[in-house]
Design a protein around this ligand. Structure first.
Ligand SMILES: [Zn+2]
Length: 294
């Protein structure tokens, strides 16, 4: 056994070939070894190239991963730019602001050529005019649904128009949503008597509204949820500000009072009962009334 073990031996520390030495210290680095203790030397030569190979493989893996992430980011950016491009062709006045989807401490230390690939649409504003024949069709809504990193979506139009399913479920990062009928040349709401109750945007289907769990501000001409779905409204747990052009019914006030994070409510002046009654039912909420019909 000992004789066999003694045929090949190498220094544990530096890999020096110790076959010509019977014990003591390695002439190369001075590490002690003993023939009776097989653990004090190696049987196989130290293979440095194995480590070189591992480091090279790791490096290759990192380069490929980064390349993959970059490719994925670039693909996403180009897909978004195409969608925005198609919308801009139809609605030249649309405004879209982009920002990085990376945490600031990463984005700030990235070369622009790389960082630009991680920029996505964050704020989208579109004012269109059914009065002058420009409406948002279902294919346009489909393009908006591609902007999955949007935090702010602001849609305003100046007349009632054909109903279009507005399913925003992919926009789960949305924090501020505005859907308003506005009077031409100003930002005030159209009175409910002018806006058809069937107009698109009057109410979002509850299935479309509920996935927007990060929603903090919601602005719309009419109360966003149909009466049969009022009990689901408090699921918008982060909603801090609700802005409705129309007056609220008793049932709607009841639903609003259950919103856990609500701080501010704007709505039309209630018809037929005392505005202070609404304020009393919403303690801790700042309530402001819009004059009706203006
Ligand atoms: Zn040695």
């Amino acid at each position: 056994m000992v004789g066999e073990a003694s045929t090949t031996r190498y220094c544990r520390k530096c890999g020096f070939d110790l076959r010509a030495h019977e014990g003591g210290v390695c002439p190369e680095c001075g590490r002690a070894f003993s023939l009776v203790d097989p653990k004090s030397f190696r049987r196989r030569p130290l293979r440095r190239h194995r480590w070189v190979k591992r480091v090279a493989l790791l490096f290759l893996f990192l380069v490929l991963s980064l390349g993959g992430v970059w490719g994925w980011a670039r693909h996403g950016r180009l897909a978004e730019e195409e969608a925005i491009g198609r919308l801009t062709t139809k609605f030249p006045r649309l405004q879209c602001k982009t920002a990085s989807i990376l945490p600031p401490w990463v984005a700030d230390h990235m070369p622009p050529v790389l960082g630009n690939e991680f920029k996505r649409a964050r704020e989208f504003t579109l004012v269109f005019s059914p009065r002058h024949g420009s409406t948002l069709g279902s294919s346009d809504v489909e393009e908006i649904r591609r902007l999955v990193h949007l935090r702010t979506l602001d849609l305003r139009w100046d007349a009632a128009h054909k109903d279009v399913a507005l399913d925003l479920t992919p926009l789960t990062e949305l924090e501020t949503l505005t859907m308003l009928s506005v009077s031409p040349d100003s930002n005030t709401y159209l009175p409910a008597s002018i806006v058809s109750l069937q107009a698109w945007g009057a109410r979002l289907p509850i299935e479309a509204l509920m996935p927007l769990r990060n929603l903090q501000e919601l602005t719309c001409t009419q109360f966003p949820v149909a009466d049969k779905d009022l009990d689901k409204l408090p699921q918008l747990a982060h909603l801090m500000e609700l802005d409705v052009g129309d007056p609220l019914s008793d049932f709607q006030v009841e639903a609003v009072s259950k919103l856990p994070s609500l701080k501010i409510l704007h709505c039309g002046t209630p018809i037929g009962f005392d505005p202070d009654r609404i304020k009393k039912r919403l303690p801790g909420v700042k309530v402001e009334f819009y004059p009706n019909g203006e």
